[in-house]
Design a binder for this molecule. Sequence first.
Ligand SMILES: Cc1cn(CCC(=O)O)c2ccccc12
Length: 162
Amino acid sequence: MRRAVCPGSFDPVTLGHLDVIGRAAGLFDEVLVAVGTNPSKSRLFSPEERLEMLRRACADIEGVRVASFSGLLTDFCTANDVHAIVKGLRAGTDFDYELPMAHMNASLAPGVETVYLPTSAGWSFVSSSLVKEVAGFGGDISRFVPDFVREALIGRLTSGDA
Ligand SMILES: Cc1cn(CCC(=O)O)c2ccccc12
């Protein structure tokens, strides 16, 4: 069983994430989409909300499971018999940020490889942060997230809980 992990904060999940997750599912027997629940970072959605949105968004992708993790990603990999970390890259800046982590992870868990998938060109500019910013100014984000995520995001931004 070749199992991979797709880690992220997914605050919230975007269609760019789902593009990479779906392609990773075609490369491995199983893909664990892992939501990082690092308490020191403030997020718009709670870990439970992010997990629920991911589970709904990935429900139709065969071979994908959603989980959460805190602490070291390599510890999650060891505990779940994961052999590869799959990262989506949008631009060179993503690579510059990701490469040191790949070397550190290889040092911490020599049996776990990092695999990069370039996002499809149409999603190269899409990030959770930018989607939240655009939605906050009333912009149309319907092309970048599932409908139920758009509704949840607008609800959160207009409820004053953001
Ligand atoms: C492009 C891209 C960025 N990330 C991290 C995003 C995050 O940390 O929320 C991904 C996670 C899974 C699949 C693709 C991606």
